[in-house]
Design a protein around this ligand. Structure first.
Ligand code: GDP
Ligand code: IMO
Ligand code: MG
Length: 431
């Protein structure tokens, strides 16, 4: 079982960082394959908390190798800041971090366009993280992006930057009425980043394929979640990358025949940051504020309050299909400890129609009303429980019902943010 993919099954922030950190000891390499520093993956080790944005969460384990794949978009300044902050906290990255030479670079104008475009959209805004993610992927697809490898040839880099800025400054000035960027300033800034990043740049597809050929174990760390995937999510209220399991292959250069298992991470309830449809969302005084308080649902990247609601089995059932999930890890069960009743959305109604999957048009999805099943809560603490049989009976019933309605076995249940606050029914790398 040398290759396992971890993906989010909802709208991101499912606890992927914790689950990757949990599985990392059994892996040799951990690779991020899409997204950028819009991600915020939290890992709690003892009393210490780490929030990883670009560097794979497995890096906190000594000796493990972290890879930033070609599918990632990299803001070099943000990456260096993350490297420095980890180094300052005693995490040595020397010879353990590799960055794909084919990954695309987030440029200052991408961030400016991201922010201005959101302002321009007004009430139709997406609620992005403002990190320049969308415009960078747009340039990648338009074939005008700058890549990590370009940094290694200053003449090529300057020429491409000059070409891009001619167009981007025109766009920023004419469409958004903001000042553009100076070629020389950006060029010198990026060259200074290169001097520090050079040691990490590599052909990561080769590193990963060689590792798999040698039977070493690779863990693929997804960012965001299925409903934020650019194809399968609630378009246009999505991120700009393939956050589903298919992205693990295009985003790393490892073929699909090499992937053995896909583990989906789902919260025991639902959250969403940013705009877009969210059928099971609870109003502030309907339990939304209470869930946010108990689950500490504030963005790990932007600090924004997360919208909260009940578990949506239609969403997770969809994620089981789209990702070809082998199993699920359910996180934050403990957050529901105080609930008297717990609801699970099993289907939607729209007008007179009954829906068992996600409509493709966001406006139609907005009109969907959840149909709930109600289960009794357990009203006792599950914090830190490590054996399934020690869970309260109603907590087991809730989990068993979730597994049945989404049609997928549960391999892991998380009962707290710390590494050891976890019930493992089956190890991800077990045969
Ligand atoms: P990610 O983006 O999917 O890695 O998730 P985030 O790190 O953005 O958000 C998950 C939050 O929940 C973090 O603050 C974690 O420390 C926390 N967390 C993860 N698992 C559990 C759990 O089982 N119980 C509780 N109470 N917190 C958890
Ligand atoms: P992790 O990996 C939750 C959301 C943003 C916004 C939309 C588009 O921590 O789960 P973008 O900046 O990507 O163009 O924003 O996607 N978003 C996330 N929401 N978790 C994330 O990452 C997210 N990354 C992006 O809030 O709605
Ligand atoms: Mg997060």
């Amino acid at each position: 079982m040398p290759a396992v993919v971890i993906v989010g099954t909802q709208w991101g922030d499912e606890g992927k960082g914790k689950i990757v950190d949990l599985l990392a000891p059994q892996a040799d390499l951990i690779v991020r394959f899409q997204g950028g520093h819009n991600a915020g993956h939290t890992v709690v080790v003892g009393q210490e908390q780490f929030v990883l944005h670009l560097i794979p969460s497995g890096i906190l384990h000594p000796g493990k190798i972290g890879v930033i794949g070609n599918g990632i978009v990299i803001d070099p300044a943000a990456l260096l800041e993350e490297i420095d902050s980890l180094t300052a906290r005693g995490i040595d990255l020397k010879d353990r971090l590799f960055i794909s030479h084919r990954a695309h670079l987030i440029m200052p104008y991408h961030k400016a366009i991201d922010k201005e475009s959101e302002k321009h959209k007004g009430t139709r805004k997406i609620g992005t993280t403002g990190r320049g993610i969308g415009p960078t992927y747009a340039d990648k697809m338009a074939r005008v992006g700058l890549r990590v490898a370009d940094l290694l040839d200053p003449d090529v880099f300057r020429q491409k930057l000059t070409n891009s800025l001619a167009e981007m400054n025109y766009l920023l000035g004419r469409l958004y009425s903001v000042k553009g960027f100076d070629v020389e300033t950006v060029y010198h800034d990026y060259l200074s980043y290169t001097a520090r990043l050079k040691a990490y740049i590599a052909d990561t597809a080769e590193i990963l394929n060689d590792a798999l050929a040698a039977n070493r174990r690779v863990l693929f760390e997804g960012a965001q979640g299925t409903l934020l995937d650019v194809d399968h999510g609630t378009y246009p209220f999505v991120t700009s990358s393939s956050a589903t399991s298919g992205g693990a292959t295009t985003g790393t250069g490892v073929g699909p025949t090499r992937i053995d298992r896909v583990l989906g991470v789902a919260k025991a309830y639902s959250t969403r940051v940013g705009e877009g449809p969210f059928p099971t969302e609870l109003g502030e005084d309907q339990g939304g504020a209470a869930l946010r308080e108990r689950g500490q649902e504030f963005g790990a990247t932007t600090g924004r309050a997360r919208r909260c609601g009940w578990f949506d089995a239609v969403v997770v059932r969809y994620a089981v299909r789209i990702n070809g999930l082998s199993a699920l890890a359910i996180t934050k069960l403990d957050v529901l400890d105080e609930c008297t009743d717990i609801k699970i959305c099993v289907e939607y109604r729209r007008g007179g129609e009954r829906l068992t999957t996600i409509p493709a048009v966001a406006e139609h999805y907005e009109q969907c009303v959840p149909v709930y099943e109600t289960l009794p809560g357990w009203k006792q603490s599950t914090v830190g429980i490590t054996r399934y049989e020690d869970l309260p009976l109603n907590a087991k019933r809730y989990l068993e019902r979730l597994a049945a309605v989404v049609g997928c076995p549960l391999d892991v249940v998380s009962t707290g943010s710390k590494r050891d606050q976890t019930i493992v029914m089956r190890g991800a790398f077990d045969a």
